[in-house]
Write a new protein. Structure first.
Length: 206
């Protein structure tokens, strides 16, 4: 069962003034403004993955399902730690995307650092499609049969122990590989929330 990500919501305490963004990247990651489209073929490259910030300081109007919630390295679907971020949580979202040229294949590696803690990562097609409502308003999001990550032996992603870095290896062969990262926007003075996004753990999946 997915676990509920339970913590004291910043929105419930004082208005959120902070924002969250990608502050550094490395490897094959190129940080860009939100593109007009991320449909298949719109951002093709055999050497570069494109990353952008989506919404900032956005109060969730409904619960948001994510595929990974805990620090660690994920190299299989069975290793995922799914959870639900409650409605009312103030978050920012960020997107990472690879699309090789034509029908070629690409191997990509890199990382992104954030200025606020990561509380959820989305890598599977159903949850990516269902979470496009927290995407960049100016970007057209499109589904394809291989959207997301297969998360198999030659692909993986990780969340650092600090929860401020997400790294990855994509082996993109047929369409795209995609990751959406959700970061917590803490209210000023909420030191506990800022220090650790998953302040209270409710239920772990069995």
């Amino acid at each position: 069962m997915p676990r509920t990500i339970a913590f004291v919501s910043a929105a419930a305490l004082v208005p959120a003034l902070a924002q969250a963004s990608i502050v550094a990247s490395g490897g094959d990651v190129l940080l860009i403004p939100p593109p007009p489209s991320m449909a298949l073929g719109a951002l093709e490259s055999n050497t570069t993955t494109h990353a952008w910030n989506e919404v900032s300081s956005f109060t969730l109007t409904a619960p948001l399902s994510v595929n990974a919630t805990l620090p660690g390295t994920y190299a299989s679907v069975g290793s995922l730690t799914p959870g639900v971020i409650p409605a009312g949580t103030v978050v920012s979202s960020h997107y990472l995307y690879s699309d090789p040229v034509g029908s070629s294949a690409g191997l990509y590696q890199g990382f992104m650092d954030f200025d606020q803690p990561v509380i959820g990562i989305i890598v599977l097609r159903p949850e990516l499609n269902a979470s496009d409502w927290v995407g960049a308003p100016s970007t057209i999001y499109a589904d394809n049969v291989a959207r997301g990550m297969e998360v198999i032996s030659n692909e993986f992603f990780f969340l650092s122990v600090s929860t401020f870095r997400v790294g990855f290896q994509f082996n993109t062969t047929s369409a795209t590989d995609d990751i959406r990262v959700i970061t917590l926007v803490p209210a000023p003075g909420v030191a506990g929330v800022c220090a650790f996004a998953g302040l209270l753990t409710a239920r772990r999946r069995r």
